[in-house]
Write a protein that binds this ligand. Structure first.
Ligand SMILES: Cc1ncc(COP(=O)(O)O)c(C=O)c1O
Length: 389
């Protein structure tokens, strides 16, 4: 839970480049399985949107298409138990732009930010631009340890933002318990700190039911919820959304307008057509079925081939499994010196996902993008490598 501002030693681009070789079995990327993109339905949706009127080729409002905002507000009321209207929704170019805009609104050079330890590396890349003081809050099987967060908030009034991925967290796959969700919303109100609730994996719940969002417990407008179509439809849509109090949406809309004027209308209207003519829930159910099978295969292979000292999480949804190694092992060094060149496997090492590369003994595996055979082969190779360290 230490404060740190040092630079990470491995970044997203390096990892993506390393995994580019077709011989490599890449468990590194958070990329959905391309075989599951609903390409026919999306092609029909684009065709329909284009045939509606020429407005799809025009500039439009920075806040985003009204019909899409309404559809998202309705979905949020149903699934996230958030009392949102279209005015509470901002359409962004993926969740990544939402993180960027919120960081721009809240952070300034040298301010404090509380993040889960570990956390999503793409968010760290955004936050790093502000050279903040990171307060790293440990995670257990119930998500961010809220009592530790409370201690840091009490000690450090310069903390301006709390960043959390409460559902099937990237990179560990853990989810925040119901009690902690309520406690976090209460802390945000007490300390007047914004919470960025980033939840792109929420819909990919394989077993059990979804927990209410943190936003659903927000009484004071301090919780900002974001999500995206990237993991449930296609990342190429580059469409995400923010749900927040109207004044927050107003500020973020100004920043969005300054950044890129507006998201492409043609994409937004095509998504509206897709949502009207198809069942997104049915599509998500297919994704869950496929991804759950692959997760089972990966966990089975880990059991068969990894040394018993490598401890893997067993999430109930999402894309990722986290493997904890003994403290003395540096997963980044191992990746560059052995895993990649000798065994031709790739993962995301701990140093990329801890603020300031403060921990090195772990790695993230994504199971969604490879076939079951490749998963077994890759885990077998990785297991052989681990047994030789
Ligand atoms: C936790 C989290 N947030 C945000 C994103 C950004 O995704 P996108 O911009 O494609 O919506 C990702 C992508 O992997 C992610 O894992």
């Amino acid at each position: 839970m230490q404060k740190t501002t040092e630079k990470k030693d491995t970044d997203l681009n390096d990892i993506m480049t390393m995994a580019d070789n077709p011989e490599v079995i890449a468990f590194s990327g958070g990329l959905p399985d391309p075989a599951l993109f609903p390409e026919k339905a999306l092609a029909q949706a684009y065709q329909k949107a284009i045939s509606q009127d020429r407005g799809v080729f025009q500039y439009h409002s920075a806040q985003g298409n009204l019909q899409l905002r309404q559809q998202l507000a309705n979905r949020c009321q149903k699934d996230g138990q958030i009392n949102a209207q279209a005015e509470n929704v901002l359409i962004t170019q993926g969740g990544q732009q939402a993180i960027t805009l919120i960081a721009e609104m809240v952070l300034s050079k040298g301010c404090g930010i509380a993040v889960e330890s570990p956390t999503y590396l793409g968010a760290l890349n955004v936050f790093d631009q502000y050279q903040p003081n990171y307060y790293q809050i440990p995670l257990d099987e119930n998500g961010m340890e809220i009592d530790k967060l409370a201690e840091q908030l009490e000690l450090h009034p310069e903390i301006k933002l709390i960043y959390t991925v409460p559902d099937f967290q990237n990179p560990t796959g853990t989810s925040m318990s119901l009690t902690r969700r309520k406690q976090l919303a209460d802390l945000a109100a007490k300390y007047q700190v914004y919470v960025l609730e980033d939840s792109p994996y929420r819909d990919l719940t394989y077993t059990g039911s979804q927990l209410p969002t943190i936003k659903s417990f927000d009484q004071t407008g301090h919780v900002i919820f974001i999500s995206s179509f990237s993991k449930i439809l296609s990342p190429a849509l580059r469409t995400g959304w923010v749900i927040a109090a109207s004044d927050v949406i107003g500020k973020l809309t100004e920043l969005k307008a300054a950044s890129d004027l507006c998201s492409p209308e043609i994409t937004q209207r095509s998504i509206c057509c897709y949502l009207t003519d198809n069942s997104l829930d049915q599509h998500i159910a297919q994704l869950c079925q496929n991804y759950q099978k692959k997760q089972k295969v990966m966990l089975g292979a880990i059991k068969d081939y990894f040394p018993s000292w490598a401890k893997a999480t067993s999430p109930k949804g999402g894309f990722f499994i986290w493997v904890e190694l003994p403290e003395k092992l540096d997963a980044g060094k191992l990746l560059i010196e052995s895993v990649l060149p000798k065994y031709q496997v790739c993962y995301v090492p701990a140093s990329a996902v801890y603020a300031g590369a403060s921990k090195k003994n772990g790695f993230r595996l994504s199971y969604v993008g490879n076939s079951p055979d490749k998963i077994v082969e890759g885990i077998k190779r990785l297991g052989t490598c681990l047994k030789h360290v």
